[in-house]
Every structure is written in structure tokens, then in C-alpha cells.
Ligand binder design. Structure first.
Ligand code: FAD
Length: 403
């Protein structure tokens, strides 16, 4: 059986590795449009952007690993069509590639700002690829004036790196508060205070009216919705991502917030699977699409096993992390639908925020508190919900909650 994987990122690399570790001996072709081997993206807005990590350390596996494991890695190759009847995929400058099973691991693309408000000016950047980070890194020089548009995790991480590097940073968030889509107010409060302490001018409930450029098309400033005008050298746009589902759509596969998969990571074509940022899945009576390393790995490994006929369900076990300054945030679970959040103070300024829907524990945001994260994750995965008072009483030894 020949398995072809489109997209050589986190999910694609995990999927081919799992195929081999499960004993698949057939051909595997991994096709990616980036020029480098599969790599991890999280450090791009953290240690790599700060200049504290070498490029080779981003690679998920050494370059030689693919050939050593009989995996044909085609880099710099973009798949632009799928012929489902003929079971082939098409790249611009190559013969059609035949598959018995096809996996779509195409990831996502950052949303950009329209040219009408200056989104196409030189000096306006997004953050997704190694090439993006390499373009940004030399521009992060002390004294430069940066506007970050969007107060989600990527925008906040970029702001943290910039502030640490000595830039003058303004961050605008059009919603009422930073992290509004992903966290409770108490978590937003903590990150607001953290950024303020590092000199970031953080403006919530304030949008961007437009970016301003000079005659050469270079960014020089911005006008905000509150009427403020800023002089700028650089802007980073962090306003979310869209799943890369165009290839699937053109091939006639079902879409629903990304490529629609069943509980086994299979698309509406039984010979095609999908995993990672591009795919949505059923979860507790609704449909979710996770944008995280953990989600990409779990889905990819599940898809690999199902390609080999094991018939296993994908059970989402969401987890995520973010590093800003000396704050290591770890998140376990999915907080959607929370009704109450309880705070557990930790030692030396650490804390964890426990999200409940009624009596059910949904998620934990742990800040510099690895133990709260670990215990919270195990509780959520086991479907256990300690009482909020027990969970958040600093006198409770968290491990006793697992019994
Ligand atoms: P990707 O890793 O994006 O891989 C998809 C690949 O497919 C890309 O290389 C793309 O170019 C390629 N591709 C797309 N279409 C085609 C085509 N037609 N032909 C060939 N190739 C194609 N997650 C966390 O859990 N924690 C974090 O702290 C965190 N930080 C992040 C920081 C940044 C800056 C970014 C960008 C993401 C971060 N994430 C984080 C998210 C995480 O990196 C993604 O969820 C994960 O990479 C998704 O894996 P994927 O394989 O679905 O997509």
C-alpha cells in the first residue's frame, strides 16, 4: 500500500513516523511546499525569534531520518490538485503521484489585513513559517517601534520577545480584552499585568483603523479606532488563522470549519484522511478544530493507525502552552462552555485557574505551576471533577485529587 501525505509539518511528520512504527512496510511519500524538513512552529514566536535557538533544533527529526526510514520526502513541492477517481495527486512540475491512501495535513494560514487598510505595506508581517521568522528576526532591533495587531497567544508572544529585545511595543486588541476567545478574564488580567510590567502599551477594546505608508509603500504609522496616531517601523498581524482546506474543497470533500472528518480522522472519501490544523472532528456532540501541536500529533497518529486498518477513534486530549517573559503557561482541557473559574494560588507568584461547567472540571490554565497542569490534565482525561474548593485550596496536596 502506498500512502501519500500532503503537508510536511507537525501532523504530516507525526503521521509518517507512526506508519513506520506500526510496522507499515509499503511506500510512503511526504510532500511539503516549504524548502526545509518538517519543523516545530512554537519556538518561532519564542526562543527562535529571540535568537536563542538554532534552526537545526527546530527540525522534528534529523534530515537523514526520512531516507533512513524509507520515506520519500519531497520538499518545495506544492500539491495543486487531487484526482479522487484516478487516486493521484498533482504537483506543478512532476508526474502525478499515485496513492492507495491519502492524508491531508495542510495546516493553516494566518489571516491578513486587506490592502485597503495598508495590509500590503512593507514592514507588515505575519508569523507562521520559518521564513516568516527569518524575515522578522533582523527587524527586531532595540528602539524600533512595533505595533502588534491582535492579543491572542501569537501576538502576545511576539510582543514579549519584542519588549525583551528593547523595541517600543504597542499591542491593540479590538475585543474587550486580550485572550478573550480562549481564556477567562482572570487569565487575561494576569497577562495584561505581565505585559504592562514589561513596558508594553496594551490597548484593549481598540482596533486598527488603518496602517499608513510612505510613497514607496513602506509602513510609517497607524491610526487606531480611538483616533490615536502612532509612528511605526514594524507591524505584526496576529488576528487568527484559517484552515488550509482549498485542496480538499476543490476535490469535492466535505468541509465544516476545515476538512470534515469522522471520529477516525477519515474525510468524506474513505481513501482520504486529514489531521492537524486543517481538520475538524466530532467532540461531545459538537465539532471542534484544534490548532495545537498536541492535537496535530494525536490526530495524525490516529489517522496513521486507521490507514493501517486498526479502527481506532480519535479522542481529543487538548493541551497547549505559551511562553511570555518568565511566565510558562500550560493549558489542559478545553474551556468552552465554562460557567465558573476558581483560582488556586501557587508558590512564588505561580497560580492555576480551574474552569468548571457546573460541577464538571473542563480545563486548567497553569502559570509557572507544572504540578497543577499535570494533575489537572490527568483529572480531565480521566473524567474526574474534584470540588472547586478542594482543587483550589492551597492546602490540598494536588496528587490526592487523583485518588
Ligand atoms: P503545519 O505545521 O502548519 O504544517 C502544514 C504544512 O503543510 C506546512 O508546511 C504547509 O506549508 C504545507 N502545505 C499546505 N498546503 C500544501 C500543499 N498544497 N502542498 C504541499 N504542502 C502544503 N501550538 C501549541 O500547541 N503550542 C504553542 O506554543 C504553539 N505556538 C505556536 C507559535 C507559532 C508562531 C505558530 C505559527 C503556531 C504555534 N502553535 C502552537 C500551533 C502549532 O504549531 C500548529 O497547531 C501545528 O503546527 C499544526 O500542525 P499541522 O501539521 O496541522 O500544520
Amino acid at each position: 500500500m502506498r500512502v501519500v501525505v500532503v503537508g510536511a509539518g507537525q501532523a504530516g511528520a507525526s503521521l509518517v513516523a507512526r506508519l513506520r512504527s506500526e510496522g507499515h512496510e509499503g511506500e510512503i511519500v511526504l510532500i511539503g511546499d516549504e524548502p526545509v524538513p518538517p519543523y516545530q512552529r512554537p519556538p518561532l514566536s519564542k526562543a527562535y525569534l529571540l535568537g536563542e535557538m538554532e534552526e537545526a533544533r527546530l527540525y522534528l527529526r534529523p534530515e537523514s531520518w526520512y531516507a533512513e526510514n524509507g520515506i520519500e520526502l519531497r520538499r518545495g513541492a506544492r500539491v495543486n490538485g487531487i484526482d479522487r477517481d484516478g487516486r493521484t495527486v498533482h504537483c506543478a512540475e512532476a508526474e502525478p503521484i499515485r496513492y492507495d491512501a491519502l492524508a491531508l495535513c495542510t495546516g493553516s494560514t494566518p489571516r491578513t489585513l486587506p490592502a485597503a487598510i495598508g495590509g500590503d505595506l512593507t514592514g507588515v508581517l505575519t508569523m507562521r513559517t520559518l521564513a516568516d521568522a527569518d524575515a522578522l528576526r533582523p527587524l527586531m532591533a532595540a528602539g524600533r517601534r512595533l505595533l502588534v495587531i491582535g492579543g491572542g497567544y501569537i501576538g502576545l508572544e511576539a510582543a514579549a520577545v519584542a519588549a525583551k529585545s528593547g523595541l517600543q511595543v504597542t499591542l491593540v486588541e479590538a475585543a474587550e480584552r486580550i485572550l478573550q476567545r480562549v481564556a477567562a478574564p482572570v487569565t487575561s488580567d494576569r497577562f495584561r499585568a505581565l505585559h504592562a510590567a514589561h513596558g508594553v502599551d496594551l490597548r484593549e477594546g481598540t482596533g486598527l483603523e488603518r496602517l499608513i505608508g510612505d510613497q514607496g509603500g513602506r509602513l510609517t504609522g497607524a491610526r487606531l479606532t480611538d483616533g490615536t496616531e502612532l509612528e511605526l517601523d514594524l507591524a505584526i498581524v496576529g488576528v487568527g488563522i484559517a484552515p488550509n482546506d482549498g485542496l480538499a474543497e476543490a476535490a469535492g470533500l466535505d468541509l465544516e470549519n476545515g476538512i470534515r472528518c469522522d471520529a477516525r480522522c477519515r474525510t468524506s472519501d474513505p481513501a482520504i484522511w486529514a489531521a492537524g490544523d486543517c481538520a475538524s472532528h466530532p467532540y461531545e456532540g459538537r465539532r471542534i478544530r484544534l490548532e495545537s501541536v498536541g492535537g496535530a500529533i494525536d490526530m495524525a497518529e490516529c489517522a496513521a493507525r486507521n490507514i493501517l486498518g486498526q479502527e481506532v477513534d480519535y479522542v481529543p486530549r487538548p493541551w497547549f502552552w505559551s511562553d511570555q517573559y518568565d511566565m510558562h503557561l500550560q493549558i489542559a482541557g478545553l474551556n468552552q462552555g465554562w460557567t465558573d473559574v476558581h483560582v488556586r494560588p501557587g508558590a512564588d507568584g505561580a497560580a492555576s485557574h480551574w474552569y468548571y461547567a457546573g460541577v464538571r472540571l473542563l480545563a486548567v490554565d497553569a502559570m509557572n505551576d507544572a504540578r497543577a497542569y499535570m494533575v489537572g490534565k490527568r483529572l480531565i482525561e480521566a473524567g474526574k471533577s474534584p470540588s472547586p474548593s478542594a482543587a483550589t485550596d492551597p492546602a490540598t496536596d494536588l496528587k490526592t485529587l487523583l485518588k
